[in-house]
Design a binder for this molecule. Structure first.
Ligand code: FES
Ligand SMILES: [Fe+2]
Length: 430
């Protein structure tokens, strides 16, 4: 059960972390006046610093509900329309997503080799949540909120190795199992026990090469991470060669001026855009062999290579497998490569996509092959960024509200929207 005030608090936290948002808000208020159909919770926007009268009103509740229900997951793909453009622009939908989508269930945050040895750690953030993943001296994996229990400074940044986390503000020191080890100049303090001031833990686990965390406060591990995160797709992913034995080669970040779902939609269109947007990639793929298989929260798209012997076929191998793990993680296996794309919302109209490239052990010293492959991949990303940013502008235009699906091709996208709708619908305004 999720109260409205929780949502509004999440919303205001979200709004505070995004400095570019106020400029964007003034931009859309113009669009709101120009097009009443695209009015996106204007009163909520106007009251972003307050959770008073309006937030408790039935009118507000109805507006949120109406916005979500503009999508109907019961309509078959042949007749369905896509979610409305407000899902891709509204701060309130973005805030709901943080609470209902990213704040629940397992979320990929990194890879096992980042914390392979004791004392290894990395940090990151998901919305307003700052997290820290580390391996303690005994090799046990932990995740914590990266927030000092004194006055809330982050206790670690970046990644690396460390014997303890020393807060850079006043020096409170935490061991890698989260305990508060040292806090100086507390003479005279009453009702304080170091035992109660350790870093707050976050459930964490490994699957194959990936580290996943769960921001839900209470997690039942009864069915196991594999089942909860990947469901019945897990065995297929193992068969596709997604294992912990691959070597990490490179990380590359891209900032895109589009809603995070625009990037996911682009990934999930069953190769529809490939011949038009990615000429070089299309030449190596047999697009007629494209198949899409849907699981509970995972969809897997596969495509055979066009011909063995060409340069791109060398990179792609015999087939490419593109697995989308709801809500924001993509696992791509082709030839000796595995790359992952983690899509992180930064504002309703901006996201960050982190690419991690892994390679089969026997190719790890083939520098020319690695260089060519990474250049090809970067080219594809640039082509996709151009498309996604153009789509975002279209979604913000008064000319567009909803679109349609190509029924035999865009199945994975429809599936993504259905799972998202189900989660967004699961809110309660008490
Ligand atoms: S905020 Fe960390 S020691 Fe003060
Ligand atoms: Fe693409």
């Amino acid at each position: 059960m999720h109260s409205l005030s929780t949502r509004l608090l999440a919303s205001s936290a979200y709004l505070q972390i995004e400095p570019s948002l106020s400029a964007w808000l003034s931009q859309i208020s113009g669009a709101v006046t120009a097009n009443s159909q695209k009015r996106m919770f204007p009163r909520a926007i106007g009251r972003r610093s307050s959770t008073s009268t309006y937030s408790n009103s039935a009118q507000f509740r109805d507006e949120v509900r109406a916005e979500i229900d503009k999508y109907d997951s019961k309509i078959p793909i042949e007749e369905a329309v896509t979610p409305p453009s407000s899902w891709y622009t509204s701060p309130m939908i973005a805030a709901l997503e943080f609470d209902l989508v990213f704040g629940r269930g397992w979320q990929a945050v990194g890879y096992a080799s980042q914390v392979k040895e004791p004392f290894g750690f990395f940090t990151g953030s998901l919305g307003s949540v700052r997290y820290l993943v580390c391996k303690d001296k005994d090799g046990e994996l932990h995740a914590f909120h990266n927030v000092c229990r004194h006055h809330a400074a982050p206790v670690a940044s970046g990644f690396g190795r460390s014997a303890s986390f020393v807060c850079p503000y006043h020096g409170w020191t935490y061991s890698l199992d989260g305990k508060l080890q040292k806090a100086t100049r507390l003479g005279g303090i009453k009702n304080f026990s170091a035992r109660d001031f350790g870093l707050l833990p976050i459930p964490v686990s490994l699957w194959g090469p990936f580290v996943v965390i769960n921001l839900q406060s209470k997690v039942t591990k009864s069915s196991g991470v594999e089942n909860e995160w990947l469901g019945s797709a897990s065995s297929l992913l193992i068969k596709a060669g997604i294992t912990a034995s691959l070597r990490h080669v490179k990380r590359q970040d891209y900032i895109l001026n589009c809603n995070w779902k625009v990037y996911c939609d682009n990934y999930l269109d069953g190769g529809y855009h490939v011949p038009y947007a990615h000429g070089a990639l299309a030449s190596g793929l047999d697009l007629n062999s494209y198949t899409t298989t849907l699981f509970e929260r995972v969809s897997i798209q596969s495509c055979r290579s066009r011909s063995v012997g060409t340069e791109s076929a060398h990179r792609i191998g015999q087939a490419a497998t593109y697995a989308f793990v709801y809500p924001n993680f993509m696992i791509n296996r082709y030839g000796p490569w595995l790359d992952t794309n983690l899509v992180l919302p930064m504002s309703p109209v901006q996201c960050r996509v982190i690419f991690d490239y892994f390679l089969d052990e026997d190719k790890i010293h083939d520098e020319a092959f690695i260089k060519d492959s990474l250049e090809d991949s970067d080219q594809v990303q640039k082509e996709d960024i151009f498309l996604c940013e153009g789509v975002q502008k279209g979604l913000e235009s008064p000319a567009y509200n909803v679109g349609r699906y190509a029924p035999k091709v865009e199945l994975a996208m429809h599936h993504f929207h259905n799972v998202l709708y189900k989660q967004l619908s699961d809110w309660d305004v008490n």
